[in-house]
Ligand binder design. Structure first.
Ligand code: NAD
Length: 496
């Protein structure tokens, strides 16, 4: 079986730990690869390669760094279909969705092309006689990224584009479930002229993650994944003195007010609830129907579901692919039984769909109605094609429900009333808000991140906050020697 290796110091390095894990094609259920799982020593080697590369890379001019990022952009643009195919073959999402993921990642590379402007500092002339002050931002050194299975191309790019453009060396620990995209990206960076060792990939699991968290030379860690692991990474990383941003899970509500266009809301709920089989951290997983529109909205959502074509991601007609693993598919499906046992109505049971031949990890589109906030299907992040509808008596009830939820990643409001929409964005406790936009993922020149249990740490990811996260500030106060004004003065430096 083909092995998936590490990428250290500009080349593929076969694993030496003796541990490997299986990688599957979720559309067939068959194992396609073995991925190396790193030992602590292999993580040490990746960090050592980064440490070696860092001094020359941080001294590389901003124009040269921008040149390399322009070339990365060109190569990624040309090779987008290839990368999308790799994503589909191990993640399962349909090709058009994989291409969309690559495109959103590419936008982060475009943002990083502007690094000369992004790293401009401030300057104050004559803060005291002949004294000037300026501020600069400098890279941290070796920084690491730990990424989830659901965006094997985009999330790593969210991190490394800004980190490397800022002058850091980067160690990526991708998900062991779909690790090949990381090596494709490593090749693209090398082909674009990035010096060896500036970008390294270490394949692995908890052993590699914990080695990164404990490594004294790793200055900062970016993490995206589930909330329990995000909390672990934040607590252990910060305890070891690192800067950490750890993005966790989500339970995104789509609040539909009685004045909304219900057809548009139903289209949006289906698109955002079942796109990528619900395995997006910004997927809508709860529709909150406000007032007396519940029955009509549920009917409109339900009538759309049989029309969604489910199949292998490589099938050009498929709109929704399989889930990532058999275990995850079965766990997602179990929320239908627990939902019914706890009082919800199963409007559509996707387990009854015969989706495809073979043993792929498919589950059809499922819809639960009359869900309440005490049920497991409401409380847990399901991360699959099971959409829950809850009813709220009023706008105030809906906002109370969203704000009481422990997660606070994305939220959307559907309404025609601009005044209520403005009130909603003011009152709601979530990091990313959509008004008639169901998946409000910020563009690359804003930053991405949730609130509450969806984010540990202060810093959102990519965009301006990404640049801030991967650099530290320095302020220089300078006076050019002028013998004519020089005296001994033991007083505290004064500005007036
Ligand atoms: P995960 O938490 O299982 O894995 C994420 C990373 O952590 C992987 O690299 C994995 O190898 C590592 N990991 C897993 N278990 C670990 C352990 N015990 N100790 C140390 N490291 C460990 O997440 P996943 O299943 O790959 O991804 C899905 C989750 O990611 C969902 O909860 C989803 O909401 C979340 N997610 C969040 C965002 C966001 O921006 N907030 C974006 C994408 C995904």
């Amino acid at each position: 079986m083909e092995r998936i290796n590490h990428w250290i110091g500009g080349k593929l390095v076969p694993g030496s730990s003796g541990r490997t894990g299986p990688v599957f094609d979720p559309a067939t259920g068959r194992q396609t690869h073995e991925v190396d799982l790193a030992s602590t020593e292999e993580v040490d080697a990746a960090v050592a390669a980064s440490l070696d590369a860092f001094p020359a890379w941080r001294a590389t001019s901003l124009s040269k760094r921008a040149d390399i990022f322009f070339r990365i952009r060109e190569l990624l643009e040309q090779r987008k279909p290839e990368l999308a195919r790799i994503v589909t073959s191990q993640h399962g999402k349909v090709l058009s969705d994989a291409a969309g993921e690559v495109q959103r990642g590419l936008e982060n590379v475009e943002f990083a092309c502007g690094i000369p402007a992004l790293l401009k500092g401030g300057y104050s002339e004559q803060v005291a006689t002949a004294v000037d002050v300026y501020s600069i931002r400098q890279p941290l050194g070796v920084v690491a990224g730990i990424t989830p299975f659901n965006f094997p191309a985009m999330v790593p790019i969210w991190m490394f584009a800004n980190a490397i453009a800022c002058g850091n060396a980067f160690v990526l620990k991708p998900s062991e479930k779909d690790p090949s995209a990381s090596l494709f990206l490593a090749e693209v960076l090398a082909d674009a002229g990035l010096p060896d060792g500036v970008f390294n990939v270490i394949q692995g699991d908890k052993v590699a993650v914990d080695a990164i968290l404990e490594h004294p030379s790793v200055r900062a860690v970016s993490f995206v994944g589930s909330t329990p692991i995000a909390r672990h990474v934040y607590e252990h990383g910060t305890a070891a003195g690192k800067r950490v941003q750890a993005l966790g899970g989500a339970k995104n509500h789509m609040v539909v007010l009685p004045d909304a266009d219900l057809d548009m809301a139903a289209d949006a709920a289906v698109s955002a609830g079942y796109g990528s089989a619900g395995e997006r951290c910004m997927a809508v997983s709860v529709v909150t129907a406000v007032g007396d529109i519940g029955d009509e909205l549920v009917a409109k959502i339900a009538e759309r579901l049989p029309n969604v074509r489910v199949g292998a991601g490589t099938d050009p007609d498929a709109e929704m692919g399989p889930l990532i693993t058999r275990e995850h598919r079965d766990k997602v499906a179990s929320y239908l039984d627990s939902g019914r046992e706890q009082g919800a109505t199963i409007v559509r049971d996707g387990r009854q769909d015969r989706v495809a031949d073979g043993d792929g990890f498919f589950l059809g589109l499922s819809l639960l109605d009359h869900v309440t906030t005490v049920m497991d299907c409401y409380r847990d992040e399901i991360f699959g094609p099971v959409l829950a509808v809850v009813r709220a008596d009023s706008y105030e009830d809906a906002v109370r429900m969203v704000n009481a939820n422990p997660y606070g990643n994305g939220v959307a409001l559907f309404t025609r009333d601009g005044g209520v929409a403005r009130r909603f964005q003011f009152e709601v406790d979530a990091g990313m808000v959509g008004v008639n936009v169901p998946i409000p993922v910020p563009v690359a020149y804003y930053s991405f991140g949730g609130w509450k249990s969806s984010l540990f740490g202060d810093s959102h990811m990519y965009g301006p906050e990404g640049v801030q996260f991967y650099t530290r500030g320095k302020v220089v106060t300078s006076r050019w020697p002028d013998p004519a004004t020089s005296t001994v003065d033991l007083g505290f430096p004064r500005t007036r």
